[in-house]
Design a protein around this ligand. Structure first.
Ligand SMILES: [Zn+2]
Length: 284
């Protein structure tokens, strides 16, 4: 089956969750070619199998080089595998009867795909959304069992109370929009960095031995949602220069530093990189 037809079938099965981003009316899949609302606004299914819901294209810091590096680190190198396994377990337990998982800020989709690869249940479906078209094109090409949307997190193409689980993996959250689209008993899974996340790189970038603090993120979150549990996952991974280069490419930590600083980090031969993430579960 072609990617566009497969994506159309998957969208069709979950079209009850969708709404038009222009007029907010219901949408249906038309002839495996587009999502069309009751008032006739139409969004085409691209041949790669994604739908672009943006009225105006946005340019971001995220490009092919970054997404390729992310994919190698997440998919090939399985840098976050322990975290993915834990999230899959949480999803399997929460969605015994099946349901929808929305990845808010999915990028090139590798996290969501890795999490779905660990799931036991087939009755759970995933939809990823990102503002970067480059990322979503890549996601649709690589992971066609899931649905992919180019869109804006402040205005997602979902109906009120349509999502069972919202995943926000090292990605900015829009809590008011999450609250609007979340089902009454729905679960927010938020992954945020711990103080030792990539600490070997942070230490190199900062003169002072400054520890990263996630207090602001957690406090903001506590004001918006009911946190029901928090688990810290910390482990070390061995890296070679190639892997380290990819990590440096994908992390926003290094976006504002020079090529020579990057080279100096690489020359420093960090053989260990720390992963330190908090898996926070919350309800609205
Ligand atoms: Zn419309």
């Amino acid at each position: 089956m072609k990617k566009r037809e497969l994506a159309a079938l998957n969208f069709q099965e979950h079209e009850g969750a969708l709404q038009c981003t222009i007029c907010h009316s219901e949408m249906t899949v038309m002839d495996s070619k587009s999502l069309v609302c009751e008032k006739g606004h139409s969004f085409d299914l691209a041949k790669q199998g994604y739908v672009n819901m943006l009225q105006k294209q946005v340019s971001t810091m995220y490009d092919h080089t970054l997404f390729d590096a992310r994919k190698r680190i997440i998919y090939d190198y399985k840098f976050y595998d322990k975290v993915h396994q834990k999230i899959s377990k949480i999803i399997d337990e929460a969605l015994q009867e099946g349901g929808l998982v929305f990845d808010a800020g999915s990028g090139e989709g590798t996290h969501l795909n890795a999490i779905f690869n660990h799931l036991d249940k087939d009755s759970i479906h995933g939809i990823g959304l990102d503002i970067s078209k480059d990322g979503i094109v890549m996601a649709a090409k690589n992971y066609s069992d899931l649905n992919w949307l180019v869109g804006d997190l402040t205005q997602t193409p979902f109906k009120e109370h349509s999502q069972d689980i919202i995943l926000s993996f090292l990605s900015p959250a829009n809590y008011s929009e999450f609250k609007r689209i979340m089902k009454p008993n729905g679960l927010l899974i938020k992954i945020i960095p711990g103080s030792h996340y990539l600490k070997e790189i942070r230490e190199h970038l900062s003169d002072e031995d400054k520890e990263y603090e996630n207090t602001d993120t957690v406090n903001l979150m506590r004001n918006k949602v009911d946190v029901i549990s928090e688990e810290r996952v910390t482990y070390e991974r061995e890296v070679d220069e190639e892997v380290l280069r990819d990590i440096l490419t994908m992390t926003p930590l290094t976006w504002h530093i020079s090529e020579s600083q990057i080279e100096s980090i690489l020359k420093n031969h960090h053989e260990i990189i720390t992963v330190d993430l908090h898996i926070i579960l919350a309800k609205f």
